[in-house]
Design a protein around this ligand. Sequence first.
Ligand code: SAM
Length: 281
Amino acid sequence: MLEPNAWFTEIHSRDGSAFSLRVRAKLHEERTPYQTIAIYDTTDFGRLMVIDGCTMVSDRENFIYHEMMAHPALFTHAEPRRVAIIGGGDCGTLREVLKHPGVAEAVQIDIDERVTRLAERYFPDLTTANEDSRAQLLFDDGIAWVRAAPPGELDLIIVDSTDPVGPAEGLFSAAFYADCWRALGPGGLLVQQSESPLYHQRLLEEMRKAMQGAGFLDVKSLFFPQPIYPSGWWSAMLACKDGPIDGFREETIGARPFSTRYYNAEIHRAAFAIPEFLRRR
Ligand code: SAM
């Protein structure tokens, strides 16, 4: 038990800011070959997973991130059947993907099996789809997995990774995007978390250029709140292999056979609106 009124704080020194959650107890901490994972019990956000000092998921708000990593891309693709999730070890994105009855297979490749094992133990709501017969959980380097993937077989690649440092650094590289482009079939989509639009503008620009350089014909950003990440505001980048991203299957959203807590057709449209300061010059 921690002292009463203890806080977990993530400091963002480069941007002179910090984010804190009041915590009751540290439930777990371990150093894996890849990173340090800690689990806290917070007073108001439920459980919290932290990797290398950075907040990953909390019970209270993870639905926003996981829904936005999955549904905008899945409702943009005409018929997504084969999905790969790179990273995503907490399994929340996998759960959202498998809500789509048309998805025939979803393979998740996280480098660190311990993230998934700890999610199963401390975030059971996130791992409810792990036993789905369409799910395959692999523990491997996502960069090497995509490099070795057969060409043209995937409809959607979701990169749900940690920040672009350590094992995730190569997931933000032009070479990785070129491998994704090759692994995708016609109409294939890549969606990747792209950090804070306020704090990491240069990264957003570099990702866009690298994706275009790798051959993706259209690249668009989507924005959503992210209460526990730096600046409280987050983004993802959606890239289409061989055509424009100019619509989504809006009619099927209303008729979806599952519930969401954040995502709907209005949110989808609004997420793609570009703030003035981010418009390309
Ligand atoms: N929502 C989180 C965020 O934006 O901060 C990401 C959550 S998820 C836990 C991130 C996962 O990426 C971690 O489990 C980590 O092990 C995984 N990861 C990092 N580098 C990887 C790589 N090269 N291949 C596969 N998984 C990787």
